[in-house]
Design a protein around this ligand. Structure first.
Ligand SMILES: [Zn+2]
Length: 350
């Protein structure tokens, strides 16, 4: 396809898998369930016609916390992220240094590559999200500066190992970008997050940066958001200063898409591609391919064709226990994205 189309990452886990994860003392063979889930997810993603697939994050605890799996220097009482519907998610806090990942994303990539011949994309968490696990009161004998230096090294290692393993793209999830403007409307925290993530991206060559991407959204958990009320216009100019080639942008669920597209148009650099969200992952209604086509045509009025791609607004289940969307709905929506993008391409290239 001339207009590239890529998923974000996560696919809902099956009810059986969620039950086994949330009740590990049960009799279920979790490792077998995980293996079956990856195989089944790849098979269904292949059937959607998607030219690039992911492992559906079937074995990740969440998009943000996988590097913390197995670590013993954490407590539970970290930053809390509140969602519109009243539920919240909480990050852990680091209790001692040095900070090293317990788990790297390349593990998921390698497992998926063994089971498909299609290109596999890998999502990783941002340095900025993980920077939030350092306690405000500090850690004796392990300064914040030492932590940040370790964090940047670890985040680079997480990305580089995926590139070396042949990832089609490596996408950094940056959902806290828009959220930061809620916590600090001055934009100071956002600027700090952008600088931190660019310290990671700047360790890669220009060619490598073309294989790197960033995903932003207002959050998507239990069909609810954490920062949809924050104006996208505050995020976009800073966002495109990130030194990567691809941007995966929630857009389908925006109330005023042309306004957002106009701002993207103003700030997108020639070396960058905008993958616009044409699937609303929080809406259970499955988009028709014609609806998707129209969203692509709308975006093409603002974004040059050679810089335009399509994606879903977000992963379908960034946290492992989110079953607000069924697997069947997720696969049907992805199929609509692929078919609708192809329809638009036909019109645009005619
Ligand atoms: Zn997202």
């Amino acid at each position: 396809m001339k207009i590239p189309s890529e998923p974000i990452g996560s696919i809902p886990r099956s009810p059986e898998l969620v039950a086994a994860i949330t009740n590990p003392s049960g009799n279920a063979d979790l490792q077998k369930l995980y293996a079956d889930a990856i195989t089944d997810t790849l098979k269904h993603l292949e059937k959607t016609g998607s030219p690039v697939i992911t492992d559906g994050e079937q074995t990740k605890s969440s998009f943000a916390t996988y590097p913390l799996e197995g670590l013993t220097n954490l407590t539970a009482e970290g930053m809390r992220i509140d969602f519109e519907d009243g539920h919240s998610r909480q990050l852990p806090l680091l209790t001692s240094g040095p900070f090293r990942y317990g788990n790297y994303a390349v593990k998921y990539l390698t497992a998926a590559q063994k089971l498909t011949s299609l290109p596999v994309k890998q999502a990783v968490i941002s340095a900025s999200a993980l920077s939030l696990i350092y306690p405000a009161a500090g850690i004796e004998g392990y300064s914040q500066a030492e932590f940040i230096a370790d964090l940047i090294n670890e985040c680079e290692k997480d990305i580089r190992s995926c590139l070396e393993q042949g990832a089609y793209k490596v996408q950094m999830d940056f959902t806290e970008g828009r959220l930061s403007l809620k916590l600090d409307p001055s934009g100071g925290v956002l600027k700090h997050f952008i600088d931190l993530n660019n310290q990671v991206f700047d360790r890669f060559t220009k060619e490598e940066q073309q294989k790197l991407g960033v995903h932003v959204c207002p959050g998507g958990d239990h069909d609810s958001t954490h920062s949809a009320d924050i104006d996208y216009a505050g995020l976009i100019p800073a966002l495109f200063t990130l030194n990567v080639g691809s941007f995966y942008l929630q857009l389908a669920s925006e109330p005023d898409r042309p306004k957002v597209l106009q701002i993207i148009k103003q700030h997108l650099k020639p070396s960058q591609k905008a993958f616009v969200g044409v699937i609303d992952v929080l809406n259970p209604v499955i988009e028709s391919k014609e609806e998707v086509r129209d969203r692509v045509l709308e975006a093409a009025e603002f974004i040059p064709l050679n810089q335009l791609g399509t994606t879903d607004d977000c992963g379908f289940s960034p946290f492992c226990d989110d079953v607000s969307t069924t697997r069947e709905t997720a696969f049907a929506k992805i199929k609509a994205r692929i078919e609708g993008t192809a329809l638009a391409e036909k019109e645009l290239l005619a």
